[in-house]
Ligand binder design. Structure first.
Ligand code: 4AD
Ligand code: MG
Length: 432
């Protein structure tokens, strides 16, 4: 019996004979030699099969293995600087589990639509696997960041009776004799949780029936939402900045293999240090109004091209605060210094990635919040429980939502966020 290990752990076994269990990623043969690229989910390693080192039958069989054939390979781990990943296996035996011929995805270029329709297989590619491992690490890193500061994870429900971010983008679901909506944001529940537990976060899928077909929009995406009692806008701006810096540092230290597979320009991540530039909406508007390429109209929300312009001006994320209340959600606290504005922040990622975080201080005054619910034509009765939070021990509180796929897309240097979730859902895609 040899030790079973993974590509990721080969460095612990140099000079030993180990078994890897995986799939053929690529194969090249040359006379008495087969070069097998074997992937096992944790990475890819070159396995060198010399005719003289394996039995005749195996050598012959390896010659017939197509891409994605499954096999176990046993051999000696050799450190080799020239090998991708730094290691190579000198094969002494193989056990073939299934011979595959005609795998639908070949190393040649396929169109992205085809690849998306083959997503259940596309995930096996080097690039997609790297993005998924990076996503997994970012999720853990985010949780660690909050747990280490005594935040409590309080998951919000997916089935909700009402809207949080505007009624036009709700998915309706039959719910026994009633209609329920898939949640757009866990925030309203996070506010209740924060009044109970002080510092909380919710982290889960959120749904938006957005008709947008951009590289930044999914209909199902993951959001991490911290919410803090006794906190103001500045506190959450600082928290967002610290969180981003923490996760970027962590990824730079612990995801080097993935970043290398993605050919990520590390200098773009190494410069992510606080403090991040901060602009008010008015200051950002002024820049856009003077910009030759912007079609921005004063008083409007920023569109994706406006965000791109603002984000490309800086190598760090930019925070934009104090938007007009008309373009933002009902729950945001009015700015006491200018009642036409709200105490909110959008964080735009660099390299043109656009908004990755939306957050705010919350309206904590019962009467004003009731007025805002009326202004937005929302059904008061559905919000009675939410108003209770302003009736019983109301305090200043604030929070934000980070879109996980946009965050991962930026860190990974991936253009379209549909590659940043295992099985993307968009306006045109429900399969596989
Ligand atoms: O700015 P949003 O709409 O804010 C909220 O939902 C607040 N309730 C959050 C809070 O304060 N707790 O969404 C937050 C983030 C955006 O900045 C963006 O990163 C992401 O969620 N997001 C999307 N990501 C992918 N596809 C979509 N359709 C998205 N819509 C928002
Ligand atoms: Mg937003």
């Amino acid at each position: 019996m040899t030790t079973i290990t993974t590509v990721k752990r080969l460095s612990e076994h140099v000079g030993q004979t180990v078994t890897l269990r995986g799939w053929v990623y690529n194969k090249r043969s040359k006379g008495k030699l087969h070069f097998l690229q074997v992937r096992d989910g944790s990475g890819i390693v070159q396995c060198v099969v010399f005719m003289k080192n394996v039995d005749e039958e195996s050598f012959e069989a390896i010659g017939h293995l197509g891409q994605e054939s499954s096999l176990s390979v046993t051999g000696e781990v050799k450190a080799d600087e020239r090998a991708p990943g730094g290691f190579e296996i000198g094969v002494s035996s193989v056990e073939i589990h299934q011979v595959v011929d005609g795998y639908p995805i070949t190393p040649k270029e396929h169109g992205v639509d085809y690849l998306l329709s083959q997503r259940h297989l596309w995930l096996r590619s080097k690039r997609q696997s790297a993005i998924m491992r990076l996503r997994s690490h970012v999720m853990m890193s985010l949780r660690t960041f909050f747990q280490d500061q005594d935040f409590v994870c309080m998951d919000s429900p997916m089935f909700t009776p009402n809207a949080c971010e505007g009624t036009s983008e709700l998915f309706e679901v039959p719910y026994f004799e009633r209609t329920a909506y898939l949640t757009q944001s866990g925030q309203l529940y996070a506010e209740a949780s924060a009044m109970a537990l002080g510092k909380v976060y919710t982290f889960g899928p959120t749904f938006r029936a957005e008709k947008s077909k951009t590289r930044r929009h999914l209909t199902e995406f993951w959001m991490l939402e911290p919410e803090l009692a006794y906190a103001e806008l500045d506190d959450v701006c600082q928290l967002a900045e610290d969180m981003i810096c923490y996760v970027v540092r962590d990824v730079l230290e612990n995801c080097q293999a993935e970043l290398a597979d993605l050919e990520r320009d590390l200098s773009k991540l190494e410069c992510i240090l606080g403090p991040f530039p901060r602009l008010t909406y008015e200051e950002a508007s002024k820049i856009l109004l003077e910009h030759p390429d912007s079609e921005f109209v004063a008083g409007d929300d920023f569109g994706a091209p406006d965000e791109t312009i603002l984000s490309e001006m800086h190598e760090r994320p930019v925070m934009i605060t104090h938007y007009p209340k008309e373009v933002k959600a009902f729950y945001m606290k009015r700015d006491p210094e200018d009642e036409s504005k709200v105490l909110c922040v959008d964080v735009l990622g660099p390299e043109g990635v656009g908004e990755i975080i939306g957050g705010s201080q919350r309206e904590d005054d019962l009467g004003i919040l009731e007025g805002r619910i009326r202004d937005h034509d929302l059904p008061m009765s559905a919000f009675e429980w939410f108003l209770d939070l302003r009736r019983y021990g109301s305090v200043p509180h604030a929070g934000f939502g980070l879109g996980l796929e946009r965050f991962v897309g930026w860190i990974a240097g991936v253009e379209h966020i549909r590659e940043c979730i295992p099985f993307p859902r968009t306006i045109v895609r429900l399969e596989p």
